[in-house]
Design a protein around this ligand. Structure first.
Ligand code: ZN
Ligand code: FE
Length: 259
């Protein structure tokens, strides 16, 4: 029996802990302290660290955890990941020790140049750990990649089965929904999602995981080919946008300055 526990870190990060019996793996431990506190309280053994990209709010806890538990670190081949033992890229398949979960690796560059995602089944539930690439109702900033790369990475994630649970790195959902409503004000599914997610936050619960199906229905960055989203991006740009990448780029630039 697997359980997935969100460990909040910093202001709005989630470190995802995958637990099986008395063993656990952690995804993107930006801070060791809250992970150690959880493992000690539950008397768990750490069995692996999984990293999606090199930003410190995702790997900053690796060294502290490795000092206590010298476990394998699964991370992107094309980035510098503290303690990495298994360098991964598109097409690789890894079995994570302790929790006995198998992940397929996708290259999803754009937020960072070597960003990867881990796709697998948690029990019978399909899941993806996608770091800072796809967020609930949003996407990551383009720090090291082009709009073309990010659009192709998001399209890859959007093509996963609709029931796939989306475990991303930050609780940005409510702010993302405010922007999404500016881009697509008449999307009824999005309007309904806003009140659902606001209720979760009011109860102190995470809005995550999301699902790929929910993202396809409400995330403007996956919906740049929907006429209403394209028209909103064109209105913001004051010119016509010739293709999906151009619309995506405009939407991402608009979000960067959206208040
Ligand atoms: Zn990041
Ligand atoms: Fe981050």
């Amino acid at each position: 029996m697997l359980s997935i526990i969100p460990i909040p870190a910093f202001r709005d990060n989630y470190i995802w802990l995958i637990r099986k019996g008395m063993r656990a793996a952690v995804v993107d431990p930006g801070d060791a302290a809250p992970v150690i506190a959880y493992l000690e309280r539950e008397r768990l053994q750490l069995s692996a660290i999984i990293a999606t990209h090199h930003h410190n709010d995702h790997v900053g806890g690796n060294v502290g955890l490795l000092a206590r538990w010298p476990v394998p670190v699964f991370g992107p081949a094309r980035e510098t990941i503290p303690g990495r033992t298994n360098a991964l890229g598109e097409g690789d398949r890894v079995r994570v020790p302790g929790i006995d979960v198998t992940f397929d690796v996708l290259d999803i560059p754009g937020h960072t140049a070597g960003h990867i995602a881990f796709v697998g089944s948690l029990g019978s539930v399909p899941a993806v750990f996608c770091g800072d690439t796809l967020f609930a109702v949003g996407c990551g900033r383009l720090f090291e990649g082009t709009p073309t790369e990010m659009w192709s990475s998001l399209s890859k994630l959007a093509a996963l089965p609709s029931e796939t649970r989306v475990f991303c790195g930050h609780e940005y959902t409510l702010a993302n929904i405010r922007f999404a409503l500016a881009a697509e004000p008449d999307n009824r599914t999005l309007i309904a999602r806003q009140s659902r997610e606001e209720q979760k936050r009011a109860r102190g619960e995470p809005t995550l995981p999301s699902t790929i199906g929910d993202e396809r229905a409400t995330n403007p960055f996956l919906r740049v080919e929907v006429p209403a989203v394209k028209a909103a991006a064109e209105a913001h740009a004051h010119h016509l946008l010739e293709n999906a990448v151009a619309t995506f780029a405009e939407l991402r630039a608009w979000k960067n300055v959206f208040q």
